[in-house]
Unconditional design. Structure first.
Length: 258
């Protein structure tokens, strides 16, 4: 399956015909002055799941500089991520919402179902005002936008590892405001009216995915995807499939309220 696991010396490791850059393993013994001390590494093991190698590299470099954290593996799609969880037994998973040929939200749902005690931190470029709620409902304990300072990631990791929810100050204030007022703003994007699945389908339509491709990626039947398409058109007051595609494409590329 091309499982990528970090080795002891920070060099590359090759499995199933693939080579990938890796960092020190969390289960290695601590070495001092060229000798092994026999002290078990107590750092928390983090699995990175993101389809951009540059992003994974940057996050891994930051995490591996922490005295209490270490990246134990990296993957770019949901299937390999689930295999890595089984093999590497990480303490936390950092996952993007858009993965290679798969959905990060679907991965989070599967982790919640198969590994209910494994915390997940979503780190994504998608607008937190819409996607944070989706990620939290899918099973994540925190949401961090990539445009925020990367140095917030260790803080977010530690908070999620402690069992707490992590969200930006702006998102936290908005959620508290909505809870106190007991309602959402009337000016919010109609996109907020879509269900989790409808929004996933809408996003994939905006990426020019065909109905069959969407069905395969989300593990749904073609008929179910067609039903979601009709629901989206009704909720967004769109006339036909062409208008739906145009609207979805514009929204995906701009990520502004529709």
């Amino acid at each position: 399956m091309g499982l990528r696991q970090n080795n002891n010396n920070g060099t590359s490791t090759k499995t199933a015909g693939k080579t990938s850059a890796v960092s020190p393993r969390a289960d290695s013994r601590v070495e001092r002055d060229g000798e092994t001390t026999g002290v078990k590494d107590s750092r928390k093991r983090i699995l990175l799941v993101d389809d951009h190698a540059v992003v994974r590299f940057g996050i891994a470099q930051l995490i591996n500089r922490q005295s209490d954290l270490v990246v134990c593996g990296e993957e770019e799609d949901a299937a390999r991520a689930l295999a890595a969880i089984e093999a590497l037994k990480p303490d936390l998973v950092i996952a993007d919402l858009s993965l290679k040929d798969s959905s990060g939200l679907e991965l989070m749902r599967n982790i919640k179902a198969q590994y209910p005690r494994l915390p997940v931190l979503a780190v994504s470029a998608h607008d937190e005002s819409i996607y944070a709620d989706l990620a939290l409902r899918a099973g994540a304990l925190g949401y961090l936008m990539k445009e925020e300072a990367l140095d917030k990631i260790p803080t977010a990791i530690r908070r999620v590892l402690a069992g707490d929810i992590y969200a930006s100050d702006a998102l936290t204030a908005k959620m508290l405001h909505q809870q106190v007022r007991g309602q959402t703003s009337a000016q919010e994007s109609p996109i907020k009216g879509l269900s989790d699945r409808e929004l996933e389908v809408f996003q994939l339509i905006g990426q020019w995915k065909r109905t069959k491709e969407i069905a395969q990626e989300l593990h749904l039947s073609v008929k179910t995807v067609e039903y979601y398409r009709e629901q989206i058109k009704r909720k967004l007051n769109l006339k036909d499939g062409g208008e739906l595609t145009q609207h979805a494409t514009s929204w995906v590329h701009r990520e502004v309220p529709a």
